[in-house]
Design a protein around this ligand. Structure first.
Ligand code: GDP
Ligand code: IMO
Ligand code: MG
Length: 427
């Protein structure tokens, strides 16, 4: 630390929540910088599981301030429901801060997300239907409504009229749906959401910089992942924000020189939810075994995640895009009973072998993985909490992965629980 980014290096669900929660033990602030409630971050503490969508994963500690940064898109109904869920389970939510500059997701964004997906038919992206794309589109169109707009009823109503002036044309003329009444929606948001959210609205930039200037540790928690990044992912099968490290700077309001440590979270294998290319995808028993043992069903939507072997081509690319200082590997225990484990070290495309990610999407669709195989360890790792306890074969796999990626592995997770991890030193 002091300023550390935790982000996903694959297609999401790497275990960002678990490591953010773990590292937040030493942080005074945990800041979400992009995405919205398309995220599902699971924390397991003393056997109790918490699934978070919008609230930063530091919320379980009394000493951290969870901040929803300016780059996040906030559904105020979802935020309140999540706060209620946490309160009912004894978590203090009064310290949560929401940037006044964050944009709102409102019900018409979700309706439009679902309609766009239906309209795309077979070409659909498999979005979470949380309204993420339409809300960021409105932000880019300068039709977005910000959290701070709720503080002035006149401004809020006027902006809703303008935004819905556009959205209603799309709803009625393109999709043949009923229009949304701006004043009815304003009434609902101002009565049902504003009272609960108003006390949290903050000048997040000022608060984050005050913490950094005081030398406190600040964690920036990515949602989604490098290959779901709007610019760097497998477009169009991506989300509508920038989960990569640069997104932490814009989405939280800090310059790159503030960032000291950038931890890329990677599963010991890979999963992907939704459509899009996936060179190491498995359709065999090994894949089913990963899904079964790893319980690879979406935290958020319950969808089965597509499984595959870990891909070092992607990891090397993620190291470059994010300036990763290190990798944290999760779910190593899921591979405990595999006789052979594999790392994809390159691709074969049209008879040529390459070790970097091709920029052209159709090449990625055609890529056949080249694997290096390793003997499995056939040992239960879920109780291993130090590097000496790791079998030699598990170390060989991790060291080869770090060498392929080009950065050290510093942390390894061996189960969902907060205590199930070890500090690692790559040899
Ligand atoms: P995130 O979106 O990156 O925060 O990841 P998710 O929470 O969506 O998905 C990760 C899942 O794996 C959650 O159910 C975690 O509780 C679980 N998990 C995290 N680390 C480990 C691990 O090392 N081993 C196992 N077996 N499960 C893990
Ligand atoms: P966390 O933070 C995995 C995927 C969706 C879809 C694409 C676009 O838990 O890792 P969107 O609703 O964002 O417009 O959907 O991105 N997706 C995720 N996949 N984990 C996530 O978040 C995801 N958030 C979005 O499945 O393919
Ligand atoms: Mg998730």
């Amino acid at each position: 630390m002091p300023a550390t980014i935790v982000l996903g290096t694959q297609w999401g669900d790497e275990g960002k929540g678990k490591f953010t929660d773990l590292l937040a033990a030493d942080a005074s602030m945990v800041v979400r910088y992009q995405g919205g409630h398309n995220a599902g971050h699971t924390l397991v503490v003393k056997g109790e599981s918490f699934a978070l969508q919008l609230v930063p994963s530091g919320v379980l500690y009394p000493h951290t301030t969870p901040v929803i940064g300016n780059g996040v898109v906030v559904d105020p109904f979802v935020l309140l429901a999540e706060m209620e869920m946490l309160s009912s389970r004894g978590v203090d939510v009064s310290r949560i801060r929401v940037s006044g500059n964050a944009h709102l997701i409102l019900p018409y964004h979700q309706q439009l997300d679902a309609l766009h997906e239906r309209h795309l038919g077979n070409a659909k992206l498999g979005t979470t239907k949380r309204g993420i794309g339409p809300a960021y589109a409105d932000k880019s169109m300068r039709l977005g409504i910000r959290v701070q707009d709720m503080l002035d009823e006149k401004i809020f109503r006027a902006k809703l009229h303008t935004a819905l002036g556009h959205a209603n044309k799309v709803l009625t003329k393109v999709f043949n749906r009923l229009p949304v009444d701006p004043d009815q929606l304003a009434d609902r948001v101002l009565t049902e959401c504003l009272p609960g959210i108003q006390p949290l609205i903050a000048d997040s930039i000022n608060e984050i910089h005050a913490a950094l200037e005081a030398g406190e540790n600040v964690l920036f928690e990515g949602a989604q992942a490098t290959f779901l990044d709007l610019d760097h992912g497998t477009y169009p099968f991506v989300t509508s924000s920038n989960p990569t490290a640069g997104g932490a700077c814009t989405g939280a309001g800090v310059g790159p020189r503030h960032i000291d440590r950038i931890i890329g979270i990677a599963k010991a294998y890979v999963t992907r939810v939704g459509a899009g290319p996936f060179p190491t995808e498995l359709f065999d028993d090994d894949g089913d075994k990963m899904v079964d043992i790893g319980r690879e069903y979406g935290t958020n939507t319950g969808r089965r995640r597509r499984p595959g072997w870990v891909d070092a081509v992607m990891l090397r690319h993620a190291v470059r895009l994010n300036s990763l200082t290190e990798l944290a590997i999760t779910k190593l225990d899921v591979l405990d009973t595999f006789d052979t484990v594999k790392i994809c070290t390159g691709y074969r495309i049209d008879g040529h072998e390459i070790t970097t990610l091709p920029y052209h999407q159709s090449q990625i669709h055609k890529a056949e993985p080249i694997y290096e195989e390793f003997a499995g360890w056939n040992t239960d790792l879920t109780t291993v909490t130090d590097v000496e306890g790791l079998p030699a074969n598990a170390r060989r796999f991790l060291d080869a992965l770090a060498k392929q990626a080009g950065v050290p592995i510093t942390l390894v997770s061996t189960g969902p629980g907060r205590a199930q991890y070890l500090e690692y030193e790559t040899r």
